[in-house]
Each structure stands twice: as structure tokens, then as C-alpha cells.
Design a protein. Sequence first.
Length: 446
Amino acid sequence: MPDLSPLIPPDSAAFAGQPLAARMRPETLEEFAGQKHLIGEGKVLRRLIASDTISSMIFWGPPGVGKTTLAQIIARQTRATFINFSAVTSGIKEIRQVMNQAEENRIYGIRTIVFVDEIHRFNKAQQDAFLPYVEKGSIVLIGATTENPSFEINSALLSRCKVFVLQALTREDILGLLRRALTDERGFGREHVEITEQALEAIADFSNGDARSALSTLEMVVLNGDADEKGITVTDETLAQCLSRKSLMYDKDGDEHYNLISALHKSMRNSDPDAAVYWMMRMLEGGEDPLYIARRVLRFAAEDVGLADPRAMEVGVAAYQACHFIGVPECNVHLAEAVVYMSLASKSNAMEMATMEARAAIEKEPDAPVPLHIRNAPTTLMKNLDYGKGYQYAHDYAEKMTAMECLPDNLKGRRFYHPTDQGQEARYRERLEQILAWKESKRQQS
């Protein structure tokens, strides 16, 4: 069931035994770290919160940047009923219960704000259950997600929400949080913790812009520090043990997955082998299936290299086979060879453009008839209908080609493949120009 109870004041006994990140959760916008582009003086979200004129919105950003905290600050400042709702534990039945309560509130002139954490975990039917209540104003919906709303939120619901993008916290933002945790009584303010500025900087770098991760790490190093009657001392050895393995922010099914494969593809396209190898290894170290990377590299071989270097396709296939036969971690060098080759290869997107232009022509007229002279005629009836009549078999001619038109009548003369002058494609371009000129001369003679 969603949480229908009012928020417990931050100084209550309920905070006893809670993790440091929960104890140090900001209570006001003044304590909130980062996101100045949204909640700085005069910024739109700050004005909406201050004036209590919140409308339906989506908070989109990486973990630990304050999405839930902002919702809780709104809960403390709003005159509306605030309902905390989890997409992990709630289904359509729970949604309808909350919506019925919100509808009753609306009748009595009471606004209801529904906060849905991890809203991307709701399926289409669950998201649709919110839509009519958002439309008629029974609720103000605030959703939080780490995934791209364009892909994970129904378009009808998304169109009725303002999307606010929250950014990873800066190093200075994180350092400010850590210093406050050491002095605030909700944190370690009642204890004397001796920790160097260099150690705090190491924790900030380790957190990768995630406030929750930074505070959890600080709590770990303090609890494992050397305690005596004077207080707690965090040694370099303790710090090193707690920072021994930095987990990579990489969700194989999430938004970061697409960010990294995009970075790999665009680095190869820009002929940057160093960046390409880096992004490839980021994915592998994050647990990505090497066959997925190999498939994307193979796609790149045709989409961005093409006939500028026909060997790129061979290298891509070989890399895929190597990943299949050998697996991780040994296949990382085979993938590295492939992405470096793609990065250094001559580039042409002529194949991609050819498919796109052909697709556009098909969308415009999807049923253009096949010319009769290149239709197959396996039966007498088809021959009587002139299927295959006038077909010219290229091998019967000295030039091994004819001036016969092979496109539908409405597309005669259309060009889809436009070779570039890059790499070996320059040779194919020259050959194509010779072929087109020869065919045009033959047609003029006939």
C-alpha cells in the first residue's frame, strides 16, 4: 500500500539507527545540494515550490541526485495531501484506491500530490491508470525516474507532465555534503572524527556524483575508523579498504547502456580510437555481453564505413566470431582490434543513406508494381500476361550489362546509392559513373 501518513519530522526518534544518508536528507531547499539550474534563486522549480503551485512533473536523473528529496521538500511545503507511492511494490489495485481517495479530496477542494518513485517500473496499463485523474486534475503527479522518460513513460502521460532533468552532483557539491555530515548533529557532529581533506576528496571522486553513495561511503570509513577516548581517526589504510572496488554505473537494460554504446559508436565515427577503446572497456567492465558490442561494431562497419573500406565488414564478422568462441575476458583484445580498425578506417555513410532514401520512397508509394520485363514467368499464364517479356540477360552481352530499367516506372532514374570519394569507395564511384554514362548513351541510341 502507498504511504498515506504525514511525513515524520526529521528530528524525531524515528531517525535512530537510520543510515547516514537518510539522517542527512535535506529538509529545505537551502540545504539541498546541486541542481542550481532548477532551484537556484529565481529558477522555475524553486518558484513553483515557494508559491505552492506545483503541476504534474517528472524528475529524471541518475541515482543519488535528489529526486526523492525534492519530492519530500515539496511535501513539507505544500498545503495539499501528499501521498508517497512506490512503483516497485504497488499495482493497479493500489493505484485505484489512491485515485478514489484523491477524487474524494478534490470534491472537498483538497489537492492531492502523488509522488511515484521509479515510475519507469510501471507498465503501460499501470501508467494509464493515472492518466484520467491527471487530466481532470484529481491529482498532481510527481514521478521520479533514472530512465529516459521519452522511452519509459507513456506519451499521453508524458505530454501532461513537465520534465525536469537533474544532473549528477559536482565534486564540490559532494564535498559540501560530506563536510556538513561531519559537523551536523544528525550526522557525526557529536563525535570527533579526524579525517583529511584528501580523504574527503577521494570519497567525493569515488561517489561519481551520487550523494547517497558518498554519504554511505563516509559512514563506512567512519564506522571502521580507529576509535579511542579522543574520537575516531580515519586512516589511509581504512580508506583504501573501503574504496577497494569502485562499482561502475552501468545498467545493461537502462539509459546508461544506450549512453555508452552511443559514445562508442560516435567515437569510432569521429576516428578516435582511444575514446572508442575506453567506452568499449567501460561496457565490458560493467558486465555487458561482448556479443552485443560486436553486433554494434558490425553494424558500424556497414553504416559508417561501407565500401570506403570493404574489409571493415570482414573484421567485424571476425571479431564477433572471436567473442563467440573465446568469450570474456580474453575476447576484449579482439573487440579492441575491431573498434580501432573501425576508428581508423575511411568513412562513408552511403549505405545508410541508400537504405534511408529507399525506405522513404517505399513509404510514399509502398506498392509500386514490379516492371513486367523483370518479373518471373514460370507458368504459361504468366508468359501470356507478358511477364518476363523483353528481359535482357546481362551475360548474353559483351559488356555484361544492358540499359534495361529495373526500377518501377514511377521511380525511373532515381538514385539511392551516392558513393563518396573516401577510401576505396572512390573506385566504386568512378565505376558507377561509367556504368550510368554507358546506360544513358545506350538509351539515347535506342
